[in-house]
Design a protein around this ligand. Structure first.
Ligand SMILES: [Mg+2]
Length: 270
């Protein structure tokens, strides 16, 4: 365990991914990953700063936090960095009027945005709303624009629900990029700006922070590119082949969030 002590020295802040680390979502609302409710509580009682950094884009931040609280987690909206509220601000700042290809559950996050005469497309994890008709409508809106702007809330490949692996927004974003010959702007992990905004909220420098996630590319690779340390949990979408990923190597692998918190409380900030 000496290696862990060296590796976790100087950690002051912890960023936690939500889906696959705290809980696995599902039709029935999902279920907490064993040990995670208590692990979050222990972390919040410690001297370490904690922030939740999610790519969840099917639910509003309020609905997500409500669901997690019902599952037993100590979490509030102000502690969560989520892509939809971040995107809504960016749209306003840049005078962008979105055509939304999103799940109904997240639409309320865009209530303050002007949707008339769209000059960009915002795509999120729309679930069942990823029909041919809706994809084609988004394609048509983009092709009508002189400078097509496509904003993707995260670019995940897949995630895990209680019923199995689920195709994520990234696959659909790629389809629109290919058809339109453009590149999407990502609001969410692994975008460095997104990690930096979460770090700023915590008032912690990248080299003092550790990201804990189940996505080897979006969580681990993204955080490392920002100068953070990153742990991958063997829960959620984790697959054994992730530990031999050709491009990304986590700073450490742990069975679950509970084990990560055990190590952090033993070794961090010493
Ligand atoms: Mg996750």
């Amino acid at each position: 365990m000496a290696a862990w002590g060296e590796w976790l020295a100087g950690v002051r802040g912890v960023l936690l991914d939500i889906s696959g680390v705290l809980y696995d979502g599902g039709e029935d609302g999902g279920s907490p990953i064993p040990g995670s409710v208590e692990a979050v509580a222990r972390l919040k009682r410690s001297r370490l700063k904690v922030r939740f950094c999610t790519n969840e884009s099917q639910k509003s931040r309020g609905n997500l936090v409500g669901l997690l609280r019902r599952l037993g987690f100590d979490i509030s909206e102000g502690e969560v960095t989520a892509p939809a509220p971040a995107a809504s601000l960016i749209l306003k700042e840049r005078g962008l009027r979105p055509h939304l290809l999103v799940h109904d559950g997240v639409r309320s996050e865009f209530d303050q945005n002007d949707m008339s005469n769209p000059n960009c497309v915002v795509i999120a994890d729309a679930g069942e709303a990823f029909s041919y008709q809706n994809m084609n409508k988004a394609f048509q809106v983009l092709m009508e624009l002189e400078n097509p702007v496509l904003i993707s809330l995260g670019k995940g490949r897949y995630y895990k629900e209680t019923s199995g692996l689920m195709l994520d927004v990234g696959a659909y974003t790629k389809a629109l990029e290919y058809a339109c010959g453009i590149e999407a702007e990502v609001v969410g992990k692994p975008s460095p700006e997104y990690f930096r905004s979460a770090l700023k909220e915590m008032a912690v420098e990248a080299h003092e922070a550790v990201m804990i996630g189940d996505d080897i590319v979006g969580d681990v690779g993204g955080a490392q590119r920002c100068g953070m340390r990153a742990l991958q949990v063997r829960t959620g979408k984790f697959r054994p082949s992730d530990e031999r990923h050709p491009e990304v190597k986590a700073d450490g692998y742990v069975d679950n969030l509970a084990q990560a918190v055990d190590l952090l409380l033993q070794h961090a900030d010493k």
